[in-house]
Design a protein around this ligand. Structure first.
Ligand SMILES: C[S@@+](CC[C@H](N)C(=O)[O-])C[C@H]1O[C@@H](n2cnc3c(N)ncnc32)[C@H](O)[C@@H]1O
Length: 260
């Protein structure tokens, strides 16, 4: 089974280092070299490059060639910033970066321990690995979403699990870091709680409409969902977002460790 979907540029283009990878933003300082695994269209990586100027560098890597082309087009010429197309499961860099990071990317990697081991090897001894990721099983809406959306979400979790992806990754990361030999492991709660009336509420709840669009076709192809179920979930959830939805709590953890 292969994963056939693409994260939406409509979401990725608006991310920022300061808002969407907060723990990394606290750690960065001028002069560091940083690898950003699963950089998407490069928005956070651009912020990383700015934070490590004037002498530092940021390299964004993504397995999706279209995202990398978009990142290059958006940010060509920015000092210290470059992008490369590649899969973290084929990463061969050794002892190279001061910081190796991945935000919301390892959630999509089936062999997450292998990916993490490669990221650790890419860091210099004494360098840091910083991973930000979800525990999708813990997502809560208030009030409960429509039944069709609850069905979609259960199917989403089951589809991901069948592909070998970790639906509690935010919580299992610290143990995975320990198993990789990382030291000084620290977990920071980066949960995103959106309440109706907050400026970012629509964008936060709409994330799942993008997920229905981006993952729906692959889920249908895998037999995890019918087209009719997808369409019903999309219609009902859209109405929920514009009407009854009051609160969304997304569980996210930033986990960091030092390579000995
Ligand atoms: C949800 S996006 C996150 C993008 C960005 N880091 C952010 O936080 O906005 C996940 C990204 O990880 C990339 N990705 C997934 N699996 C990957 C892999 N095995 N190797 C490299 N990139 C991968 C996807 O192509 C996608 O661009």
């Amino acid at each position: 089974m292969s994963q056939q979907h693409r994260s939406s540029p409509a979401v990725l283009d608006h991310r920022t280092l300061a808002r969407d990878h907060r723990r990394l933003a606290e750690i960065l300082r001028p002069g560091l070299s940083v690898l950003d695994v699963g950089c998407g269209s490069g928005s956070i990586t651009r912020g990383v490059a700015e934070a490590v100027q004037p002498t530092g560098t940021a390299l964004g890597m993504d397995r999706d060639a279209d995202h990398i082309a978009r990142a290059v087009e958006r940010f060509a010429g920015q000092p210290g910033l470059s992008f490369v197309c590649g899969d973290v499961l084929a990463l061969t860099a050794e002892d190279h970066f001061d910081v190796v990071t991945a935000a919301r990317a390892l959630q999509w990697v089936p062999r997450v321990d292998e990916a993490l081991a490669r990221m650790v090897r890419a860091a210099k001894p004494g360098g840091a690995v910083v991973v930000l990721d979800y525990s999708h099983e813990r997502l809560r809406w208030s009030p409960e979403p429509p039944a069709s959306m609850a069905r979609f979400y259960a199917a989403f979790l089951a589809w991901r699990a069948a592909l070998g992806m970790d639906n509690l990754l935010g919580e299992t990361l610290a143990g995975r870091f320990e198993a990789c030999g990382l030291r000084d492991i620290r977990v920071t709660n980066q949960d995103e709680i959106a309440r109706r009336g907050d400026p970012g509420f629509d964008g936060a709840v709409d994330l799942w409409l993008h997920v229905i669009h981006s993952c729906g076709p692959a889920m249908i192809a895998a037999g995890a969902l019918t087209e009719a179920e997808r369409d019903e979930a999309e219609r009902d959830y859209q109405a929920f977002c514009r009407g009854a939805a009051e609160r969304q709590h997304v569980v996210l953890r930033a986990v960091e460790g030092t390579r000995p």
